[in-house]
Design a protein around this ligand. Structure first.
Ligand SMILES: *[C@@H]1O[C@H](CO)[C@@H](O)[C@H](O)[C@H]1NC(C)=O
Length: 194
């Protein structure tokens, strides 16, 4: 019993350490214990801004959990309020479902957003649902047409490791094929009976 609870404690703490991180653009701040605090993981003061491109931008996250969901929202203005983030969450600028822990580059295109014009201050919010908790991070940016300060090399899509989804997909394809064969066989039998 004692061993069991120690094991579960270790499991919990390692899971807690591996939540996720916002790797780019730079986070306003990350604190494991405050990440559950909306809207910015406990960091309420606007930080340094980096340039974020209006077209072909991206958000780089590192997800430590399987079966998690990442939403990226954007709130415009110099210091968006909690209400601004709530409104922004109605129309995420990117969303991703993560099956296995990995680094993921989420592309963001703001050209369809009327508020996104050259030289607009905004805050990008990452809402990470790990299946148990909702974890928040923010990044303060200035949206620009030509973002020379934006580092394109930070976009990394790590190949999923562990059980490969392709095996399941292949098995599913085979079973679909055999189901189709069965249907054909039934139809042929019916045709012969006539
Ligand atoms: C954008 O924010 C910076 C501080 O981060 C500020 O100096 C600048 O005036 C703001 N721009 C606008 C258009 O308000």
């Amino acid at each position: 019993m004692k061993v069991l609870s120690l094991a579960s404690l270790l499991l919990c703490s390692s899971a807690a350490m591996a939540h996720y991180s916002l790797d780019y653009p730079p986070t306003r701040g990350e604190s494991e214990s405050k990440e559950i605090v909306s809207p910015c993981g406990g960091f309420n003061d606007v930080g340094a801004r980096i340039q974020f491109p209006l077209t072909r931008g991206f958000v780089q996250v590192n997800s430590g959990h399987p079966n998690s969901k990442v939403d990226v929202n954007i709130a415009y203005g110099n210091n968006p309020s909690a209400a601004d983030f709530t409104a922004a969450a109605d129309k995420p600028i990117a969303s991703l479902t993560i099956d296995v822990p990995r680094k993921a580059c989420m592309t963001v295109d703001l050209t369809k957003s009327q508020d996104a014009v050259d030289n607009t201050n905004a805050t990008i919010q990452i809402v990470y649902n790990d299946g148990h908790d909702i974890l928040y991070q923010c990044s303060d940016v200035v949206l620009v047409t030509s973002a020379e300060g934006f580092d394109l090399t930070k976009c990394v899509n790590e190949k999923p490791t562990g059980p490969t989804p392709t095996v399941a997909a292949a098995a599913a394809a085979v079973s679909v094929k055999s189901a189709a064969t069965a249907v054909v066989a039934v139809l042929m039998a019916a045709a012969l009976a006539l």
